[in-house]
Design a protein around this ligand. Structure first.
Ligand SMILES: [Zn+2]
Length: 80
């Protein structure tokens, strides 16, 4: 568990989740699908609105999403 996840868990404990429909675990499950939609040029925000709402409010999931997107955009040669 990294610092961002810890802070997010703390924030959710204090102020409640900003998006109760989707937890970080559920969001994480959707990151692959979301990134694939984006790579295919589809409107991922429209197809996965709950997830995008979560990404806007959760820096931990957004970082996961951004790094996966960057990795896949870089192509297979960039995967160690
Ligand atoms: Zn999250």
């Amino acid at each position: 568990m990294n610092r961002a996840v810890e802070l997010n868990a703390w924030r959710e404990a204090v102020v409640g989740p900003t998006d109760p429909e989707l937890t970080c675990d559920e969001c994480f499950e959707l990151i692959d699908a979301c990134v694939e939609l984006e790579l295919a040029g589809r409107a991922a925000a429209a197809e996965l609105p709950l997830m995008h709402a979560h990404l806007r409010g959760c820096s931990a999931c957004r970082d996961d999403h951004d790094s996966l997107l960057a990795l896949l955009r870089a192509g297979p040669g960039a995967v160690a």
